[in-house]
Design a protein around this ligand. Structure first.
Ligand code: NAD
Length: 494
């Protein structure tokens, strides 16, 4: 397929954007909002701000589709996922361009994200075919007890703006593979790329109503799909604060909640400092730091903290911040004003309280908009500073020098968050022992906090603000189905 680009550089794929409900594109909304390119500050499109009534129609459409879809054999559901994967493969440049222009990440990274979405559909097609139930022994001799997995029904899926194609794929692909239907509300600041992605899936032959896209404010249409009794389960990725509200509003429904993090990277005195520095820079600057598993803070043994900080600062200086559509750009702008303000506040407050700035520490409006922020390295950060305690979600490495393993562990564990952590050490046995004591869903030894693959279990540690459940591979497929126990009579021939 040859990509066509209209004026302004947007592909025709998004030339008449709207909601997608019951297999039809529509815009019946009274209110609209502009789509802003964060690299220029300019409006590039306009999208409907949908009403609760629209979300309710989408739920009804999903319910109708799901009743039929749940009866489609799993091999056919898997075949659809493969077809969707091929369609995504063909449209990578177009979808990636919208992603880059709306979210702000460099085009090459956007291409990688869209390609990965095709992999996600293919992986779910493979795995779903081999899900199994059980035959269980029973005390009662004349009962045969089996378990089978059934779809949950209509999924309410709400997604954030930092990976606006990959994160939706983590829900949409396993949901339809297992026989569910979906109503999807994407984040408003990346809703145009949701339209592009939805159009690719729709044009590839998605059955009407199986995935419905509703654009608008989370507090309005997101809340509707969470609380409405017509949805049966929830998939949510976003902040801890919104996750908590969703848990309350959707109480009683099965939920996958993938929330925020503030990943510590622990660097022991015996670590390879070049490897650790690269991991810290990669973990904090990738996607301009707007990653839930980002390296939010580096806890470094005091004996090596200074040398490590210098190495990370050198890597920060090598980042090419600029237009995401330019080849060679490694960091684009932040996506929106809220995250830019939080990043600047965290950095400025830390400096005012005694942290030392080794690199960056300022916005770069000369690059095209106020949302560009330099790759930043701070040292002499203390654990009580806001930048150390809260999720920053910007391109910042705060380094906290500490004395010895006991202090490193105490500070790493003293957090509300528990998504991804990492330990750097030349002594893998000690690192492994530390991993066992950390309160996180993921611990990477001698690798960045951001290490991730689509089939691996991803999620927050229990009792933390980072969420509940595991996303990835068979874990999502299992979460999106419910086990039904069926018992039947049996006779033993003798
Ligand atoms: P957010 O919580 O502000 O918004 C997430 C989504 O929720 C958006 O689509 C928004 O419109 C919607 N929403 C807002 N209020 C709502 C309400 N009352 N009811 C229903 N929906 C509502 O988060 P964000 O700023 O878009 O994303 C960044 C956050 O997401 C960070 O905290 C990041 O760590 C987290 N995140 C987590 C993971 C993970 O896998 N754990 C992955 C990516 C991002």
């Amino acid at each position: 397929m040859t990509a066509k680009y209209a004026s302004g550089g947007l592909p025709e794929l998004v030339s008449s954007p709207g909601n997608f409900i019951g297999g039809a594109w529509e815009d019946r909304e009274a209110a609209h909002s502009d789509v802003i390119n964060p690299a220029t500050g300019q409006a590039i499109s306009r999208l409907p701000k949908s009403s609760r009534a629209t979300a309710q129609r989408a739920i009804a459409a999903a319910a109708k589709a799901q009743a039929a879809w749940s009866r489609i054999p799993v091999w056919e559901r898997a075949a659809l996922c493969v077809k969707l994967a091929s369609a995504i493969d063909e449209r990578v440049p177009e979808v990636a361009r919208v992603l880059s222009m709306e979210q702000g990440k460099p085009l090459a990274q956007a291409m990688g994200e869209v390609s990965k979405a095709a992999d996600g559909f293919r992986m779910n097609a493979e795995l779903v075919k081999y899900m199994t139930g059980e035959v269980l022994p029973a005390e009662t001799p004349d009962r045969l007890v089996i378990t089978r997995r059934y779809p949950r029904g209509v999924y309410a899926v709400i997604t954030p703006w930092n990976f606006p194609v990959n994160i939706p794929t983590e829900y949409l692909a396993p949901a339809i593979a297992t026989g569910n239907a979906v109503v999807w509300v994407p984040a408003p600041s990346t809703a145009l790329v949701a339209v592009a992605f939805m159009r690719v899936l729709a044009e590839a032959g998605l059955p009407d109503g199986l995935i419905n896209l509703v654009l608008g404010e989370g507090a309005e249409v997101g809340d509707e799909i969470v609380a409405n009794p017509g949805t049966h389960a929830i998939g949510f990725t976003g902040s801890a604060a919104t996750g908590r509200r969703i848990a309350e509003r959707g109480a009683g429904k099965p939920m996958l909640l993938e929330l925020g993090g503030n990943g510590p990277m622990i660097v022991r005195y015996d670590a390879d400092l070049d490897t650790a520095a690269k991991a810290a820079a990669g973990g904090a600057f990738f996607n301009s730091g707007q990653v839930c598993a980002a390296t939010g803070r580096v806890l470094a043994d005091g004996r090596i903290a200074g040398e490590l900080a210098q190495k990370i600062a050198k890597l920060a200086g090598a980042e090419h911040v600029g237009d995401p559509l330019h080849q060679g750009t490694t960091m684009g702008p932040l996506n929106n004003q809220a995250v830019a303000t939080k990043t600047a506040d965290h950095v400025n407050e830390a400096v005012a309280q005694g942290a030392k700035l080794l690199a960056g520490g300022k916005s770069l409006p000369e690059l095209g908009s106020d949302l560009f922020y330099a790759a930043t390295v701070l040292t002499d950060v203390t654990p009580d500073m806001r930048i150390a305690k809260e999720e920053t979600f910007g391109p910042v490495v705060p380094i906290i020098p500490l004395e010895g393993d006991a202090e490193l562990m105490r500070v790493a564990r003293d957090t509300d968050y528990g998504l991804s952590m990492s330990v750097f050490s030349g002594d893998v046995e000690t690192a492994m022992a530390m991993a066992g004591e950390l309160t996180a869903g993921i611990v990477n030894i001698n690798a960045s906090t951001t290490y991730w693959e689509i089939h691996l279990p991803f999620g927050g540690g229990s009792g933390t603000k980072s969420g509940a459940g595991r996303l990835g591979g068979r874990h999502t497929l299992e979460a999106m189905t419910e086990i039904r126990m069926i018992t039947l009579p049996q006779r033993v021939l003798c």
